[in-house]
Write a protein that binds this ligand. Structure first.
Ligand code: ZN
Length: 189
């Protein structure tokens, strides 16, 4: 059983070190990315889109060259457990999602996904076993097309020198940096 270029066991180890623990969502995400990689349309360069910030971005970053940092991975807050790989220029792509109808065949996974059981009631080991057993079988797939330009990370433009804090910042933000305009996340020390 392969997940991307890794064996199942290798992928599990990478998830543990990258994500901190073997999260069911990153395991399912591995099968999702694997399926998307196998079924993506013709093309050399692909960008990735995750419809949720939860778990899926890590599977994408482990298995593809698309990361948050390099800008080839866009994370949206739509909240569906789905991802897409699309061709960088034309936007032709493949979307993979968790199909709740198919998921019913794996009760522990179904209950986990729809939050029908409390964490205490869940059987983690069975959940992982079910996900492994299901592989691609709990997934749905569809062809999609996106407008790559709208998903591309905006360029910062010219850089200025903030008169208040002295640090460099994108001039498009105004006459001082956003932190000095009141958006600093830090409390007074
Ligand atoms: Zn500043």
């Amino acid at each position: 059983m392969q997940i991307g270029t890794y064996t199942y066991e290798e992928y599990v180890q990478i998830v543990k070190s990258f994500h901190g623990f073997l999260a069911p969502g990153v395991l399912i995400g591995g099968f999702m990315v694997d399926l998307a990689l196998k079924r993506k349309p013709e093309g050399e360069f692909f960008d990735a889109l995750s419809e949720t910030p939860v778990c899926l971005p890590d599977a994408i970053q482990i298995l593809t060259p698309c990361t948050v940092g390099n800008g080839w991975l866009t994370i949206m807050g739509i909240g569906r457990f789905a991802l897409a790989l699309y061709e960088k220029q034309g936007g032709q792509g493949i979307r993979v999602y968790l199909d709740t109808e198919k998921l019913k065949a794996w009760p522990e996974a179904y209950h986990w996904y729809l939050k029908l059981k409390t964490k205490k009631e869940q059987n983690y080991q069975r959940l992982i076993e079910e996900i492994k057993e299901a592989g691609h079988e709990m997934l749905g797939i569809q062809r999609v097309r996106v407008e790559p330009e709208t998903l591309r990370r905006p360029k910062f433009g010219p850089v200025g020198h903030c008169p208040a804090c002295g640090e460099a910042y994108p001039q498009a933000h105004g006459d001082r940096c956003k932190a000095c305009q009141g958006e600093s996340p830090y409390l007074e020390a």
